[in-house]
Design a binder for this molecule. Structure first.
Ligand SMILES: [Zn+2]
Length: 172
């Protein structure tokens, strides 16, 4: 897991406060529950053994037994809260999308075209065309991008983005 993802996780206060599982716990068990979520986020899971959990957290077996229902055993080897792992998957896919977007932006600037204010630039470009003024040569529509998936050369950033869409979900 990347450090960026490991650093924090989304927490939904309203869900927590209204959860029947949480409300059914003592205040001490709620504290341990939260601590174990943090632990799982950092390490990917928490120990199977209640004694190990108590040793690290300082909790009592009685308190641990109150919240371990929220951490079902995985193959008898460790425990995981399922919702937290779902949140981790969401964070991973969001990050992958940001990385993909950043890669496109990086290609763009490598070709000498400005990332900033794409639409005002396009507007200027169409004004130039109208007036017959030659382009300064930084028009992103003329930049050629090579697709990392099929190695095809695609001219123009928008066309390239559309081209990449054709690979999405197909795994090809
Ligand atoms: Zn391609």
């Amino acid at each position: 897991m990347s450090d960026e993802i490991r650093a924090w996780f989304p927490f939904y206060p309203a869900d927590w406060l209204l959860s029947p599982t949480v409300r059914g716990m003592s205040l001490e068990a709620r504290g341990l529950y939260l601590e174990l979520l943090c632990w799982q986020w950092r390490d990917g899971s928490i120990p199977q053994d209640v004694s190990a959990i108590c040793a690290v957290t300082g909790g009592s077996p009685e308190v641990a037994s109150e919240c371990l229902r929220a951490f079902p055993s995985v193959n008898g080897r460790c425990r995981k809260n399922k919702r937290l792992e779902g949140i981790r998957e969401e964070q991973k896919s969001k990050r992958a999308k940001r990385v993909a977007a950043g890669r496109l932006g990086g290609l763009k600037s490598k070709q000498g075209a400005s990332n900033a204010e794409a639409s005002p630039n396009q507007q200027k470009e169409s004004e130039r065309k109208k007036e017959g003024v030659p382009s300064a040569g930084t028009n992103t529509a003329q930049v050629t991008y090579q697709c990392e998936v099929c190695k095809q050369d695609v001219v123009g950033f928008v066309a390239f983005a559309k081209h990449q869409d054709t690979h999405r979900g197909t795994g090809v």
